[in-house]
Design a protein around this ligand. Sequence first.
Ligand code: 1GP
Length: 243
Amino acid sequence: MNVYNEIVNGLRFKKLHMTLIDPASQGVEKAVFIAQKAEKAGTDFFMIGGSTKIDSRLMDKTITEIKKTTDKRVIIFPGSSEMISKNADAIYYMMLMNSLNHDFIIGHQVRSSILLKKMDIETISMGYLIFEPGMTVGRVGSARLIERDDENSALAYALTAEMFGFKLLYLESGSGSPTHVGENVIKRIKSEINIPVIVGGGIRDYDAASSILNAGADIIVTGTVIEKSDNVYSALKEIIGAI
Ligand code: 1GP
């Protein structure tokens, strides 16, 4: 079964949690340690990537080592056309829809398409929307940020994503954000579109995870909480408990 079908199939039974590991934030050994703890805590998929520049060798190495220790699927969450590895199970083929920079809307995608085809890696098309405060990814991606509770603007983008045929929609506040996307936005989008909605950025505890899930998010993503925590297992176990 391909990775996208695994996601969709998984969602028939429960909501999902994805663990984001940014190879730029720690060494390979620590990345593997985090992956092991996250799997034990019940995460469903791994996303490897981030918005700061990572060369493809580091991506490769991190993905290869993580895949040695887990059966969970590993999806690339690319910040640029260079962040590609043939060792991953799939890659989010993303459009940063509210970027002011053409490169993030279609440039990186065009530059990588031939290589991705040659690698025969599964591409999962995804509309990617950045909300305030946006953090590093908002800055790097030149995003015209959407206010966290602006449901009308968010809905217009979400419908566009669905009409373009994207398979997933990602609502992002930025890694390490002090806030997360407003529950009203999630609820409104979920009432109007059918593709799975991923929410990430600023989810640090059970309460945040559960209010996002109750608002209708299908998938939640956490990254910072595990990078910063002394006890990766219990921090994640609490968040995944909201599912
Ligand atoms: C970032 O949405 C992800 O792209 C995760 O955010 O690091 O705040 O968990 P955090």
